[in-house]
Ligand binder design. Structure first.
Ligand code: PMP
Length: 409
């Protein structure tokens, strides 16, 4: 009998077998255990900005509390937040969204989950290019869909190509997920690349694009980051843009994300929210208005800092024989090819046969924690975050150099 069937309490539904705990939470447990032993840990696993939320955003939240903005709001957000979102989208994409084409939720994560819940019938397919953000496949599966993982290569910049997309489409395909800038690779799709993909989507009317642009303000190249809706405005109803305030404004704990797309989809998400959370937090919504309307000073300042840290981490990893980092164009992660270390042996004779072996070796020998490539559907790699101080990054790079130097190849 499986262990879960012997435990007390209500038995989990069958769908729970299709979802697992996020790898970042598992790693966090491992780090806690390591620290409890009094050992030093350098967590290159951080998935959120290490900056504090800007003061003008906090002030707006406090003012909202004092003004009594502490009640339920409409399921898809307050008029003030919807207006701030439509203005931001107009600035970014040149598209005017009506308020019924906007939805607001408890983070981009919740909106992506609800979008799948609202649209997937049993067996519907969602194309997910790998490496992918860890949550997409589970979100699809738990909502009855089938994730169709499509690999990409370093030579293609870890980006989905029109040919690979075309080959993966079946009559059951409902969505293709495009995450730009990408977590974990930092890849940003250029206009031409998006045009190639939207041409394929245009030819398949049953297919829509879920465009996760949560890292779009943290980018090191041309701004704004190109969007599928900018290159193919005629597909507007078939593109669901997802974004939020978590990463750009260091507001991960406030839990506000937003989506823009077909009014029919936004209405469905509103219905699901009205029957689950009722609405996102009223106070956080007031804070998000201040963030979106508050100018670019915070973003420009933090992106300059991220740029220095990125260069530090990329050059540090690049100098280690056996590691090949990809230079991220956006986000705050460095995706690193470590496949040259597969099969290498530690001084005590342990052979590196999996990503987990290598991650454990790093942790044991230098306290550095990374997230393994197989978590993102791409073994032989790891993700290292640079949402950390430059000193921590330097120390972690030195630690990794030491750990790798111990391996015999
Ligand atoms: N998409 C991606 C690619 C992410 O990395 C994250 C956060 N880790 C999210 C969405 C969720 O962001 P939010 O805090 O708005 O739920």
């Amino acid at each position: 009998m499986p262990l879960s069937e012997t435990l007390p309490g209500p038995a989990p539904a069958e769908r729970m077998s299709r979802v697992k705990e996020s790898p970042s939470s598992q790693v966090a447990d491992r780090v806690r255990a390591f620290r409890a032993e009094g050992r030093k840990v350098l967590p290159l696993t951080i998935g959120e900005p290490d900056f504090d939320t800007p003061d003008h955003v906090k002030d707006a939240a406090i003012a909202a509390i004092r003004a009594g903005e502490t009640k339920y709001t409409s399921a898809n957000g307050t008029p003030a937040l919807q207006k701030a979102i439509t203005s931001r989208l107009l600035r970014k994409t040149g598209q005017s969204y009506a308020t019924d084409e906007i939805c607001v939720g408890g983070g981009a994560k919740q909106l992506i989950f609800l979008a799948f819940m609202a649209t997937l019938d049993e067996g519907d397919e969602v194309i997910v290019p790998a490496p992918y953000w860890v949550s997409y496949p589970d979100m699809v599966s738990v909502n009855g869909g089938r994730p169709v993982i499509v690999g990409t290569t370093a030579g293609e910049g870890y980006k989905l190509t029109p040919d690979r997309l075309r080959a993966a489409i079946t009559e059951r395909t409902k969505w293709v997920v495009l995450n730009t800038p990408n977590n974990p690779t930092g890849a940003v799709y250029g206009e031409e690349e998006l045009r190639g993909l939207t041409d394929v989507v245009r030819a398949h009317p049953h297919l829509s694009i879920l465009c996760d642009e949560i890292y779009d303000e943290i980018n090191f190249g041309a701004r704004p980051v190109p969007s599928a809706v900018t290159v193919a405005p005629d597909l507007r109803e078939r593109v669901f843009l997802v974004n939020g305030v978590s990463k750009a404004y260091a507001m991960t704990g406030w839990r506000i994300g937003y989506g823009a797309g077909a009014a029919r989809l936004c209405a469905a998400l509103g219905t699901l929210q009205s029957q689950s959370s009722s609405c996102p937090s009223s106070v956080s919504q007031a804070a998000a208005v201040a963030a979106l309307d508050g100018g670019r000073e915070f973003i420009d300042r933090t992106v300059a800092i991220y740029t220095e840290r990125r260069d530090l981490l990329v050059s540090g990893l690049d100098a280690i024989d056996g590691l090949r980092p990809a230079v991220p164009e956006g986000g705050f992660y460095v995706w690193t090819d470590a496949s040259a270390l597969t099969g290498a042996v530690t001084p005590s004779g342990t052979r590196m046969t999996s990503d987990a072996d290598l991650a454990e070796h790093f942790l044991e020998t230098s306290g550095v924690v990374v997230i393994t490539g197989d978590s993102y559907g791409c073994p032989g790699h790891f993700r290292a975050s640079f949402a950390l101080s430059s000193d921590t990054i330097r120390e972690a790079v030195a630690g990794l150099a030491h750990s790798v130097s111990l391996l015999r190849r």
